[in-house]
Design a protein around this ligand. Structure first.
Ligand code: NCD
Length: 396
């Protein structure tokens, strides 16, 4: 894109080099890419998310949370449709006392007067303390982070940028809440709050099941090629030991796992297997019975070209839908996740699955609020104040 021309050399660098510029003294400065979510950082954020979640149950806890970032203002710049990400960021801001404002339709901003996007961002940074953005324009959030870094070098005002879903590649805060959900599901620490009866049941039925995200099989189903949530979550999970990933999608080039992700996962030591149906066998047993965590996605029709629209319309999507029979083949603990929205016409997860205890997608969405609040606390370096408040107001 013409507007981002000045950043083109920066954009082409290896990810490790870029990520160094998005952090400061071991803390995130901007949240741009899922590859920034290292295991130690995830542990910190999940711990803060737990603290925020527990405090928000108590009136005194709530009151303290609302004071934590009451001196900060957030801009929600969402020019691509969004319900969950937008509302959960707004709720996260409200929990922490941040004031927020929004621009959702660029027609209501000075972009109609031919203001450049970069000027708009710089203006937002004059009024707000963090910019949370969603856009279909690839690399937009990353370029905004470079703009902020340049301003900082010139000793001008600069604020953190949060990528809330940009282009088709990255959705790091969705990966964060997905990981928070996975970590909570596989938290078998006796001292934590996981229900003791559930723990005892699991230990009895699955003596070899390890605690935490490592040594597990993750299955991703649906639009693997265009799902930015799949790409971001798989990138984060690849850091753990002994991870196996099944990708189950129709045999169509835009829907299948793309080669860059396939290669980068294999390079990280992930065992990658690809299938064309949920009803299949793997190493002599039903595929469904071997999954520890199931991640469903919808077919992203809005990205179809005219030709893809015709080709995809002709594909039978039944092998990528859950049914009660298929769910019955899953292990008793396997969480069913979905970033949502689900497609009510295709019905990749029919509503009859919602009452199954393994259906975690509504809790997963709620976890987004705690995980995003934890991210804001981290970006504003308020984790110590959060933990102090917890020890002061929460009963021991
Ligand atoms: C996803 C997205 O926008 O990438 N939604 C979300 O943020 N929960 C997935 C989707 O739109 O299918």
């Amino acid at each position: 894109m013409q507007e981002f021309e000045e950043f083109s050399t920066l954009l082409q660098r290896p990810v490790e080099e870029k990520n160094r510029e998005f952090q400061r003294q071991g803390r995130l400065k901007h949240m741009i890419s899922a590859s920034q979510l290292s295991i130690p950082l995830l542990e910190k954020l999940c711990h803060s998310a737990n603290v925020i979640r527990k405090m928000s149950r108590e009136p005194k806890g709530n009151e303290r949370l609302r004071k934590l970032l009451a001196h900060k203002r957030a801009m929600l710049y969402f020019t691509q449709p969004s319900t969950r990400t937008f509302l959960s960021f707004m709720a996260a801001c409200q929990i922490l006392g941040l004031t927020c404002n929004e621009v959702r339709d660029p027609k209501t901003s000075s972009e109609v007067k031919r203001e450049s996007r970069m000027d708009s961002i710089r203006m937002f940074s004059s009024y707000f303390d963090v910019i949370i953005m969603r856009s279909q324009i690839a690399d937009f959030a990353e370029c905004c982070a470079y703009l902020m870094n340049d301003l900082e070098k010139q000793e001008r005002r600069s604020v953190p940028i949060i990528n809330a879903g940009v282009g088709s590649d990255e959705h790091p805060t969705q990966a964060l809440l997905d990981m928070y959900t996975i970590i909570r599901t596989f938290d078998f620490d006796e001292s934590s709050e996981s229900r003791p009866s559930r723990l005892a049941d699991l230990r009895r039925s699955y003596p070899n099941l390890a605690s935490g995200p490592a040594h597990k099989t993750y299955a991703f189903v649906g639009d693997i090629g265009r799902g930015r949530t799949v790409r971001s979550l798989a990138t984060v999970l690849a850091q753990y030991d002994g991870v196996k990933m099944f990708f189950i999608s129709p045999d169509h080039e835009v829907l299948q796992l793309d080669d860059s992700l396939r290669q980068s996962l294999k390079k990280s030591g992930v065992v990658v297997e690809e299938f064309n149906s949920l009803e299949t066998d793997y190493q002599g047993q039903s595929l469904l019975s071997q999954i520890d965590c199931l991640y469903m996605t919808r077919i992203q029709r809005e990205h179809n070209s005219e030709q893809a629209e015709k080709e995809i319309a002709a594909i039978d999507l039944e092998p990528y839908r859950l049914t009660s029979d298929r769910v019955a083949q899953l292990k008793s603990y396997t969480p069913i996740l979905h970033p949502f929205p689900r497609d009510s016409v295709i019905g990749e997860i029919p509503t009859e699955i919602d009452s199954d205890p393994r259906a975690m997608y509504f809790r997963q969405a709620r976890n987004g609020m705690w995980a995003r609040a934890a991210l804001l606390v981290h970006l504003f370096d308020a984790a110590d104040s959060l933990h102090l408040a917890y020890s002061e107001v929460m009963p021991a």
